[in-house]
Design a protein around this ligand. Structure first.
Ligand code: F6P
Length: 369
């Protein structure tokens, strides 16, 4: 997109959607070089909510020191602030309105030459629409789910996988001491990357993913087979979006105010109950929940976030707008935001992690793999 301004002097930055480890590292990666290049940086509060409502703070150099290792986001975030899908209360009901003009109004009033939008697919969809309205946007891909096709990895995913792996190590001890089946539910929405990578890193025996609807019998058989072989415990890592072949994903809540109204959750309890009923083995379940989204980023995520942030500000200074930074192999590149949101990245049967898991005897709950 052709820039509106001659030279980029002032950039806004916001973090949208669910928080994840590495957001502060990106903010730091954007702001430090921006300041060094004489730009001013405005931190927009609570994602697009702050842009619509005109809430922002000036980010000075001192504000971005010492935040590399901290989780969450110093700017706040929200998954309810879509300017094109703005929920408002009206006579006790929630009505959806379009507040994109308010977003444009504050962008202009604040004198911004560019906006760095850090977020997942929801944020990138909004970024694309605002960019079509004339806003100069550079995107940075964030999500623990790792489900953006345009980048080999999003930051936050490695940190989530680390937490899952550590949790599985801890569950192993009770599983083996009490000869139990332990089921753990992990996040990921409609993609199984956290369950796959976390399960592989934590030595899960059965991994259930949204991409491969499972057969109950295959799960029961695997647990019983392990038991007969003298392996007195089993670890099942189930993605929140996993579903049996004859069933649906379990929706915990529908909230119209959210960019994605569907909140998943509850499959681990069902899986644990079914295993217990059908095998007679003592079974427990754990829902890892937001533990896997909080805390300090791993070194990998700190480095990726820093590379993403510094590349994003470089793109903004060069006025390469309407683009999102991405990891391709070992290189940070940029892609058009519309290409970034075209497809969701899902686990495929021929993924090397799936093949490696199968090679070491992991069961995906289906005879087709
Ligand atoms: O997209 C990140 C994510 O953590 C998903 O894995 C999960 O389904 C969702 O967000 C949970 O959202 P919330 O924090 O709003 O409950």
């Amino acid at each position: 997109m052709v820039a509106k301004t001659k030279r980029v002097r002032r950039v806004g930055i916001l973090t949208g959607g669910g928080d994840c480890p590495g957001l502060n590292a990106v903010i730091r990666g954007v702001a430090k070089p921006a300041h060094d290049n004489g730009l001013s940086v405005l931190g927009i509060l609570d994602g697009f909510e702050g842009l619509v409502e005109g809430r922002a703070i000036e980010l000075y150099n001192k504000d971005v020191s010492g935040i590399l290792a901290s989780g969450g986001t110093i700017l706040g975030s929200s998954n309810k602030g879509d300017p094109f899908h703005w929920p408002e209360k009206s006579n006790g009901d929630i009505i959806i309105t379009d507040k994109s003009k308010d977003a444009m109004k504050y962008y202009d009033a604040w004198g911004l030459d560019a906006l760095i939008a850090i977020g997942g697919d929801g944020t990138m969809n909004i970024a694309k629409r605002l960019s079509d309205m004339g806003m100069n946007i550079v995107g940075v891909p964030k999500t623990i789910d790792n489900d953006l096709e345009a980048t080999d990895q999003t930051f936050g995913h490695d940190s989530a996988v680390y937490v899952v792996s550590e949790a599985l190590d801890r569950l192993h001890t009770t599983a083996s001491s009490h000869h139990r089946v332990m089921v753990i539910e992990v996040m990921g929405r409609y993609a199984g990357w956290i369950a796959l990578n976390g399960g592989l890193a934590g030595g899960a025996d059965i991994i259930l993913l949204p991409e491969f609807p499972f057969e109950w019998d295959a799960v029961f058989e695997r647990v019983l087979k392990r038991n007969m072989m003298g392996k007195k415990f089993s670890i099942v890592c189930v993605a929140e979006g996993a579903k049996p072949k004859d069933g649906e994903m379990i929706v915990k809540k529908v909230d119209k105010k959210r960019t994605d109204p569907i909140q998943l959750g509850g499959i681990a309890e069902v899986v644990a109950q079914k295993i217990s009923d059908n095998t007679g083995l003592e079974t427990r379940y754990t829902v890892l929940g937001h533990l896997q989204r909080g805390g300090s980023p791993t070194p990998y995520d700190r480095i990726l976030s820093t590379k993403f942030g510094t590349t994003a500000i470089k793109l903004a200074i060069k006025k390469k707008f309407g683009r999102m930074v991405a990891l391709k192999g070992n290189e940070i590149v940029s892609v058009k935001i519309e290409d970034a949101i075209a497809n969701q990245k899902l686990v495929k049967p021929d993924d090397q992690a799936v093949e490696a898991a199968i090679a070491i005897g992991v069961c995906f709950g289906t005879k087709n793999l």
